[in-house]
Structures are given as structure tokens and as C-alpha cells.
Design a protein around this ligand. Structure first.
Ligand code: 4NP
Length: 163
């Protein structure tokens, strides 16, 4: 049994692939790669099968994250059966996901930055139409929230082992 985590943004080429890779890095560092399974996807379908945005890959690489193997996919209804955590980057993604979610979904469906240590941001801003610093901000917010998410999922793993 694994705990399955899905990160969702709009295009699946900037924010959610960044979250995917950063969280995977932290999970692997913690030696939990066999217990926590991670994917990312977009609510939109424009970038299916495409590699992440070059600006996203460049900014991530500067911090040691390699996003080159990731490919765009679109979130689907069946994902609510496969994932324990479905984590949205912004309110618009979350609204779309809430509309798709079956009434009996019992996992976590919410904003990524709820796991953050606290900042002026409650959403991860979409960097796609902005400047280079938007991609750095995504990394800052994602690295911080990934810590909090890992702590929460570790707690879940402990509780499951006790149950
Ligand atoms: P993301 O950014 O949701 O963080 O992947 C975007 C990527 C592409 C588009 C919008 C946002 N787009 O309109 O194609």
C-alpha cells in the first residue's frame, strides 16, 4: 500500500510538475519512495504528452531538480479513485476539481499552500504569462509547502501502520 499524491494546476507544464519533482525529491531523501506515489496533471488539455515549460525546467534545474522526464497529462474522474491527496495550485484549479469529484471522495482535496509555513500567498501564482521571477517564486512556495505536506503524509503512514 502506498499513499498516492496528485498535484494539479492548469496546464501541467509549470506549477504541478515543479511540485511533483520537488516533493519526489523530498520523499526520496526521506527514504519513503516506496511508500509515497506521486503524479501531476492539469485541468486543461493543451499540453498532453509535452515536456514541462523550458522556463520551468531551467529554474528548477538551478535548484537541482530535473523535470525532463515528466509529460503533460489531464486530470480525470478516475483519479479520485486512485489518489489519497489531490492538491490544487490555485482556487480556479480547486473549483474545477470540486466539480469533478465524486460525492464520496474521502481523500484530501485542497490547496497546496495549506501545507505551507505561512506567507502572503494562499495560491501558487500562475507564472506562464509572467517574467522569470515568477518561476523562482513558484519554487520558493513549492519547496516550503512540500515540507509541510511530507510531515502530514508521514503522519498518515504512521497512523496506517498502527491501524
Ligand atoms: P501551469 O501554467 O498551470 O502552472 O502549468 C500554465 C501553463 C499553460 C497555460 C496556462 C498556465 N496555457 O494557457 O497554456
Amino acid at each position: 500500500m502506498t499513499i498516492n499524491v496528485m498535484f494539479v494546476c492548469l496546464g501541467n507544464i509549470c506549477r504541478s510538475p515543479t511540485a511533483h519533482s520537488v516533493f519526489q525529491h523530498k520523499v526520496d531523501e526521506a527514504g519513503l519512495g516506496h511508500k509515497i506515489y506521486i503524479e501531476s496533471s492539469g485541468t486543461g488539455d493543451w499540453h498532453l504528452g509535452k515536456a514541462p515549460d523550458p522556463r520551468t525546467m531551467r529554474a528548477a534545474k538551478e535548484r537541482g531538480y530535473d523535470l525532463s522526464a515528466l509529460r503533460g497529462q489531464q486530470v480525470k474522474k478516475q483519479d479520485f479513485e486512485r489518489f489519497d491527496y489531490i492538491i490544487a495550485m490555485d482556487d480556479s484549479n480547486l473549483d474545477d476539481l470540486r466539480r469533478m469529484a465524486p460525492a464520496d471522495f474521502s481523500g484530501y482535496l485542497g490547496l497546496f499552500l495549506e501545507f505551507g509555513s505561512g506567507s502572503e500567498y494562499r495560491e501558487v501564482p500562475d507564472p506562464y504569462y509572467g517574467e522569470e521571477d515568477g518561476f523562482t517564486l513558484v519554487l520558493d512556495l513549492v519547496e516550503d509547502a512540500a515540507e509541510g505536506l511530507l510531515a502530514k503524509v508521514k503522519q498518515d503512514l504512521t497512523e496506517r501502520q498502527l491501524a
